[in-house]
Write a protein that binds this ligand. Structure first.
Ligand code: CP3
Length: 373
């Protein structure tokens, strides 16, 4: 295959189409990158590592940009979103970049009024609490409303090293629904579960509408240049296994099945120790684990036909470097060099995390996992 594609690009080069060669070389470099190989559960020379929320407030370069623009302006300015994405990936020397955006951007074209207020996190001014509210939600007809994300993906792809894959992402249907119904963060998800239990018709109608929008959104990120996608089901751990199966699984499954074939999907959640088999049933090439489960046990439960990502407690990064290294080594021991492990935290990096410790973690994972293959 490699031979064929270089033969083809040679022919074209002889006709003066030099760009094609460059393009085909970089496509190959991406396809054979350590991260993409791990997504396909192939042997790798070392365990790839990236960190959720790797571009964020713990990093002085990010804070400098944020001093000039609001969070939403940053998300909506492709050159700035590309800059913070690439800076974080280069500074940390990680094996993949994740596009700088937010899971909540997609709710604006659904007719919801989103604001990120200082200190409070996201606020949705017109939350959905009833059948009538669901009826006034919009279908994401024109995915062009999120063109700034796709432009950021294109700019980032052009600026990233040619062997560093770019991950596109979205919130999974349940986590998005929880924000849409609660109007912001929540502890007990009372409004969300009330809608689910009291009006399951409205609940499923809303989940269908969200899921259809997500498929378009994720595939448009792929089209713009993302090599893999991740679904964040950050708050799904609040559900019982039976509720997950009835109210969530069919929707998450339909989103994952709708992703462009051949594009690896990482399916991540937190507090999911009781849900792992069900998340696996919903789909994904790689299941993202939080730190509350042991990686080897979780991997046996989901089966080695899928990869796993994780799962260092983000708070370990506040400990001394020796402790960080030994905890990371322990996770690598649990993975035991089996193909399909992507090292990550069990959730996003916290704002006060020391950058030097993060860099030392990435270097340690590379060093310790180095194999001769
Ligand atoms: O990982 C990356 O580097 C890419 C960027 C990224 C952000 N949000 C940037 C962000 C990603 C992947 C997300 C996903 C996201 N957003 C999730 C799922 C992941 C998770 O942590 O569970 C969720 C639940 C959200 C919603 C959201 N966005 C919340 C709850 C908040 C406020 C809380 C907080 O951490 O401030 C945000 C804001 C947000 N998204 C920030 C960043 C860097 C902080 C905004 C700032 O600069 O002030």
């Amino acid at each position: 295959m490699q031979k064929l594609s270089s033969a083809i690009s040679e022919v074209f080069q002889n006709f003066g189409v030099v760009n094609l060669k460059v393009e085909s070389n970089s496509t190959e470099a991406l396809h054979n990158s350590v991260f993409m190989r791990a997504c396909r559960r192939e042997e790798v020379p070392y365990t790839p590592v990236w960190l959720m929320r790797q571009a964020g407030r713990y990093m002085p370069e990010y804070r400098d940009v944020r001093a000039r623009v609001s969070f939403l302006e940053l998300c909506k300015t492709p050159s700035l979103a590309a800059e913070v994405t690439v800076t974080a990936a280069e500074r940390l020397r990680v094996d993949a970049a994740i596009i700088f955006a937010d899971i909540l951007l997609i709710i604006e074209p659904m007719g919801l009024q989103l604001e990120f207020s200082k200190g409070e996190g996201p606020v949705i001014h017109n939350p959905v609490r009833s059948v009538a509210d669901v009826k006034r939600m919009h279908e994401v007809e024109d995915i062009g409303a999120l063109e700034f994300v796709f432009a950021a993906v294109r700019e980032t792809r052009a600026a990233l090293r040619s062997d560093i894959p770019l991950i596109g992402f979205a919130g999974a249907p349940f986590t998005l629904a929880s924000y849409i119904v609660e109007g912001g963060a929540s502890k007990n998800y009372v409004h969300t579960k009330s809608l689910m239990y009291n009006d399951s018709g409205a609940w499923h109608a809303m989940m269908l509408l969200i899921s259809r929008g997500l498929i378009k959104y994720l595939n448009a990120q792929v089209e713009a240049g993302a090599q893999a996608v991740q679904l964040f089901d950050s708050w799904v751990g609040t559900l019982s296994p039976d509720d997950y199966r009835e109210y969530v699984l069919p929707h998450t499954r339909s989103v994952i099945r709708g992703i462009t074939p051949g594009v690896p999907v990482i399916h991540f959640g937190t507090g999911t120790a009781a849900l792992l088999e069900l998340m696996r049933e919903a789909g994904g090439d790689v299941i993202g684990l939080d730190w509350r489960v042991r990686l080897d046990e979780a991997w046996s439960r989901v089966g080695h036909e899928v990869g796993v990502m994780g799962n260092l407690d983000p708070v370990v990064l506040f400990a001394g470097i020796d402790h960080v290294r030994s905890e990371a080594s322990r996770i690598l021991d649990y993975a035991n060099g089996q193909p399909g492990h992507i090292f990550n935290l069990g959730h996003g990096i916290l704002p006060e995390t020391p950058v030097d410790t993060v860099i030392a973690l990435v270097d340690h994972v590379h060093e310790i996992s180095h194999r001769n293959c």
